[in-house]
Write a protein that binds this ligand. Sequence first.
Ligand SMILES: [Zn+2]
Length: 281
Amino acid sequence: MPELPEVEIIRLGLQKYLVGRKIEDVEVRVPKIFVGDKKNVIGATITGLNRIGKGLIIELDNDFVLAVHLKMTGQLVYVDNKIKGPILSPKVGGEKLPSKYSHIIFTLDNNSFLYYNDLRRFGWIKVVRKDKLMQIPFFKELGPEPLKDLTLKKFKDIVLKSNLVIKVLLMDQKKIGGIGNIYANDALFEARIDPRRSAKQISPEEIERLYKAILKVLQKGLDYGGSSDENFVNALGQKGNYQKHTLVYGRAGETCPVCGGIIQKIKLGGRGTYFCSKCQH
Ligand SMILES: [Zn+2]
């Protein structure tokens, strides 16, 4: 699933290509993904791109916005005359767009297109009035997010009040926005904290270490253009590189980069959890 760095990379790319483009048509091939009336966006010009947690907002020059959540496998890929189109792996829809996974197609002026592809079809695009955006449950319930409004003080409060194990808490979007499985695993390794520990039993010093670790791994994710171990591609359909630089995520059975022990994989809250039992306490 795209996490904060991946959605931010998509936002930055789309901002470069979409701002100023007019939406000429919207083809909805899978109705359940597109919520709202496409008449409210056809004819509108895109004025900006925002991100809230893992959600993406396409701002328009009328009273509406397009709110997008990519969920597990969603992609937003821009193609125009100069950019010939990405070479996507067959796994995510073949080499040419539109593919069988292109469920929503925006035709823009200047002979350009924005494709919403989604292998597993869990994502959504909602047409919503600007003043009603924050009433969408996902946005309304979202916790503060790192690199934005999650201060160390807020983070300490959230951790010490929680009854969850720390890794499950880090991924709970209602408590903290933007962190998913990849960066939760790596942040806990970076902070040398065992992912199975009860959040409220973590010491103030450890919480501070974890806070810094979260910021560090998310920034690293941004610097490497996101993580593409599954379906993530940027606005031009290109893969990121963080997956080559993960600390423990996806590395079960490999050697720990710090102690030389073996990285283990267990399930925690239903998700694959990677850690080094020698380094993380
Ligand atoms: Zn180790």
